[in-house]
Ligand binder design. Structure first.
Ligand code: SF4
Length: 357
């Protein structure tokens, strides 16, 4: 398969089929960087409104660097993978302090910034600075795996390196920005995970999986591990019209986001005494459980969650946190201004209805 033919066909297709997306209307490296960070693990349609709000509030590295992380997390709320937002915020700070606000175009320097891994570096350096660096993301791996019938499972560690070789071979060094976006776009629009639209694909005459009628068998994947399930008992602790929320430690899963205190629970009915004792150990407060408000279910990528939400009264004591980063007593109104993680959002309407006078 001649790389120059693949290039020509892909670039020709991209010229007429590329979607008009907000981050394609700019050549600002910072704006392109923000879009690529958001697009990691997230669909284009979900990203667009987040991107527009984010760029409206933080149009340049200086604005992001000078912002409070709480505000950044609030704008990121619901997009998930919050370490992306924390890293971007820290990286913007470094860009301002070390490079006068200009995103560095030197690969090693750009890679030294928080959160800039191989994919982000390749995407930003090629799209914003026109450097001939191949991108390898899920879409690219899927296209290449079908085009060449590559048997390496795409989710296996080390797969990235295997796919990087053909990605580099096919890359158009004259137009790396368009080529990289073209192959990702083909994966997103035509060479979809299920039911690829081979009849409309510019590579259909070259594609091995298509020729052998094997598209359903590529890309290969190692079987996914079973996702564990957790049960939590969540306490809405009320005191003089306000409720206690705690902030998760800055580093780690959902870092910096706010939530109601929660403790691991047994499946089914929560044991009242055990719950009160565990909440007390975690917060320093003596509480009394009143009643169950609701049950929520939520799925993260690495576990699923069932949470029973209980209305509780503060009985005595001052807050002394064991694991959380900070705490606040808030009204429902001020709670809605904090970056709250998604599973807690799921019961805010039920809580509001329960607290109505
Ligand atoms: S021909 Fe089909 S399987 Fe092959 S790259 Fe195109 S869409 Fe994907």
């Amino acid at each position: 398969m001649k790389p120059e033919i693949v290039r020509k066909k892909l670039l020709g297709w991209y010229a007429t089929h590329r979607r008009s997306l907000p981050w394609r209307e700019t050549s600002d490296p910072y704006a392109i960087w923000v879009s690529e960070v958001m697009l990691q693990q997230t669909q284009v349609a979900t990203v667009i409104p987040y991107y527009l709000r984010f760029m409206d509030r933080f149009p340049a590295t200086e604005h992001l660097a000078g912002a409070d992380i709480q505000e950044v997390l609030k704008l990121w709320e619901g997009l998930g993978y919050y370490s992306r937002a924390r890293n971007l915020h820290r990286a913007a700070g470094e860009v301002v302090s070390r490079f006068n606000g200009r995103v560095p175009d030197d690969p090693a320097t750009f890679r030294s910034l928080p959160g800039v891994g191989e994919y982000i570096a390749a995407a930003v350096l090629s799209i914003a600075f026109g450097q001939a660096v191949p991108v390898v993301d899920g879409n690219v791996k899927r296209v290449l795996s079908r085009l060449l019938e590559i048997d390496t499972p795409v989710n296996r560690s080390g797969a990235h390196k295997i796919f990087q070789e053909p990605a580099a071979l096919f890359l158009c060094t004259k137009h790396p920005a368009d080529f990289n976006q073209a192959i990702m776009e083909l994966g997103a629009l035509i060479c979809r995970p299920k039911n690829p639209d081979c009849r409309c694909c510019p590579l259909s005459g070259l594609c091995r999986a298509n020729r052998h009628d094997q598209t359903a068998h590529y890309p290969k994947r190692d079987a996914a591990r079973k996702i564990p399930h957790r049960h939590l008992a969540i306490g809405v602790i009320l005191k003089k019209g306000k409720m206690l929320v705690v902030q998760r430690p800055m580093d780690g899963f959902l870092g910096g986001l706010w939530e109601f205190p929660a403790v691991p629970a047994d499946e089914g009915q929560t044991d009242r005494e055990k719950f009160e004792a565990m909440i007390s150990a975690d917060t320093g407060l003596k509480i009394a459980m009143d009643r169950r408000l609701t049950r929520i279910r939520h799925a993260y990528t690495h576990f699923t969650l069932t949470g029973d939400v209980y209305l509780c009264r503060h009985a005595a004591g001052r807050v002394r946190l064991k694991s959380a980063h900070g705490h606040r007593w808030v009204t429902l109104r001020s709670l809605r201004r904090l970056p709250l993680h998604k599973s807690n959002h799921k019961f805010l309407d039920a809580l509001e209805a329960a607290l109505e006078p």
